[in-house]
Design a protein around this ligand. Sequence first.
Ligand code: YNC
Ligand code: MG
Length: 404
Amino acid sequence: SHKFWSTQPVPRLGEAKADREKQADGPIKDVTPEQVPKTAAPLPEGYEWVELDLLDDKELQETFELLNNHYVEDDKAMFRFSYSKTFLDWALKAPGWRKVWHVGVRAQGKSRLLVASIFGIPTKLRVRDKLVDVVEINYLCIHKKLRSKRLAPVLIKEITRRCNLEGIYQAIYTGGTVLPTPVSTCRYFHRPLQWLKLYEVGFSPLPPKTTPARMVQRNKVPEKVSTAGWREMQEKDVDGVMQLLSKYLKRFQLVQDFTREEVEHWFLNRQQDPEERVIWTFVVESKDNGSITDFASFYNLESTIIGGVKHNKIKAAYSYYYATSTGLDSGEAGLKERVTSLMSDCLVEAKKAGFDVFNALTLLDNPLCLEDLKFGAGDGFLHYYLYNWRTAQIAGGIDQKMLA
Ligand code: YNC
Ligand code: MG
């Protein structure tokens, strides 16, 4: 059915794979700039459009509260993403960010309560061999009391209008639900760092024929990292990291095309307070010539334990980008070995920093190391979508076995 999505420039869900593959990559629909409406479509009585000012701590706080209470939950409503204010600041004030793409809906009248949001940030992608300027859409959220009233399509059309006005006609977004039509799909994998806590809160099951004590033992991580030359990334490493990343990412078909400014923004930690810290990035410095041969990173995203008694939050680290030149030059076996040790050292750092679990998706070369490092397959999937861009499905690191 998809009453809304069937009107949008995205491939139909059933659209024959062959049809998508025989057409050249490119826009699905051409937008005539003069035909883009100059004003927003009306909202239901009692609500109004606002631009959120994330430079204002009060509005950042309101955004934080909306998302903390109403954003994404797992299927069983046991856990809900809890994005911190410093995380939102990092995610939404990326290079080139525009306030016009920070869209909110408020109740009119005295409360002025923020009841919905949708955010976009500009970036550039490479999809196969083509570079595409896009908006990355995230944090679409509607207050629980306003659900199922067809408000989501109104928000999506409004952000689309605002992007079109700035000359942007393509978008990327991800989600846990199936919509028309994923360009790629990844599965979540989880590596317990505090197995007992994860068990107590119902995140990790106790597998048959074992004991909690054995699970704790099985999930121990080394106290020290194993890679020689491993250290935290600093300002002086930005160019090295950028070069590594752009070379490493050439092997993949849907990637962000990072500028220097973006590398700096996404990978350099600027948070002094460890409690507020969002991003951890480590580089491997060569003893021979001081060059950067590898890097690896993860970010901090807690989940609220809904109705938690003994614990209120799960502290989760999410594997982010990494790159290696070492592994790349030494064939598939060398690559597997290097990626495994980089990821293993990230587990050590995440444990040291107090995380309960380390999460990773089946993207980049992650599938090469997840099993060896005792990650378990989760029940969550992440679907990747492109708006107004036709291209054949991208395999990603996921195969049929992992999907089953
Ligand atoms: C979703 N996540 O299918 P049809 S991810 C897109 N993304 O339309 P209503 C979604 N569309 O099927 P509700 C969607 N979820 O009839 C639902 N839809 O054609 C579609 N949850 O609208 C759905 N955040 O208002 C249906 O539904 C229509 O009240 C129904 O609101 C949905 O940020 C939602 O999971 C998700 O807050 C807002 O459930 C609400 O249920 C909620 O009756 C918890 O809507 C939080 C949550 C989603 C996280 C994310 C990415 C969003 C991408 C949006 C699409 C962007 C397109 C590109 C735009 C720019 C283009 C340019 C240039
Ligand atoms: Mg609604």
